[in-house]
Design a protein. Sequence first.
Length: 189
Amino acid sequence: MIADASSAETRASRIGRVVRGHAIPVIDERAVRAAAGIMFLLGGAAFATAFFTGSAQPLQPFGMFFMIDMLLRVTAGDRWSPTLMLGRLAVKGQRPEWVGAPQKELAWWLGFGLALVLCGSCLTLLFLETAFGICVGCALQSRFSKQPPKYCPGDTCDTGSSTHFAAPWSAPVGHPTPEPSVTTRPKSS
């Protein structure tokens, strides 16, 4: 049994490490928390900059960094994550608090998945605008805002008082759709 325990310790785990007395690979929770704090500070700085400048530009590099950091954690291993490296440095003198690595891996996959869904949603909205001229923001403002959208691209919204949103493939609001030409015979008396 001792030989099995020593060979288990020498096996490298992709996420976490095998520590004597633990049945599964573990990771230092203090380092993970420090890494989360670093990520939170970076995200907070990006959001604050975006808020005060009125531009979403600072969020783009943060979103990409977040996705890459999470992807590195779950594919290459936690040793390659820049924020976890810094987190380990920050708690180097403290006693490790070992927690199971599998639940951290699941949380990191969840973080990566959410970031991917969010970026995918943004790309979908950009595609709809570019390829079809569909302004989802105009449609949402028309649906949920008290103020109707004005000056929409392609005249898809009415600049008047109407709160209706028209799809770009239909006639703009306020402009009647041409009726199909139907010839009718006068009624005979």
